[in-house]
Design a binder for this molecule. Sequence first.
Ligand code: MG
Ligand code: MG
Length: 248
Amino acid sequence: MIILKTSSQIELMREAGKITGAALQTGGEMVKEGVSLITIDRKIRTFIESHGAKPSFLGYAGFPASACISVNSEVIHGIPGDRVLKNGDIVKIDVGACYKGYHGDSANTFAVGEISPDAQKLIEVTKQSFYNGVAKIQEGCRVGDISAAIQETAESNGFSVVRDYVGHGVGKNLHEEPDVPNFGRAGRGPRIVKNMTFAIEPMVCIGDYHVKILENDWTVVTVDGSLSAHYEHTVALTDNGVELLTLL
Ligand code: MG
Ligand code: MG
């Protein structure tokens, strides 16, 4: 069941979204050569907690950190540890913050120093695919309209979209209905109506879209070892139109 939100619930989600967005920005600003992932994670946790919120991912299904930090061919759900960033890496940081019972969820991909032109293009196309998906949102449209726009953007640039993980409704729960795939057909899927809140999160790969999970039971990597990028905001359709709740 898709849970529609009241205006006061959406107001709380705006607050959660602001904290989430700012925590992600704080993490992103730390991305540079020589910095360990655990250092970034600790800073994000401190930021979220100092704003009266809780890191949504900490303890979620047993996840051991506050942010998911995934490097290069790691797609999502990377566990921040002692790994130190190197020049040329691309780093995906995914952050959730729960404020007064409501979650924000947002991710971005950051460059460490100088990255390859292919990696730069991947990051730009992933972000563009998100915005092309968002541009399709209007009262009564279908989830598939968003999905198809994302897929078309990625594939027309020679990239692929991950199938095994998708965007999702968000609210009191970090993951709610509906699924918001990054692939699909326009005109299909659940209708988008006012007061829905959901996360759109394209995961785009330079190579093939097949992924596997590492032995730590969390980290999702591309099977072919190609680079992957991720971009995510929590979105609401309200009387104001489309709102990106985690965009600062
Ligand atoms: Mg996320
Ligand atoms: Mg998400």
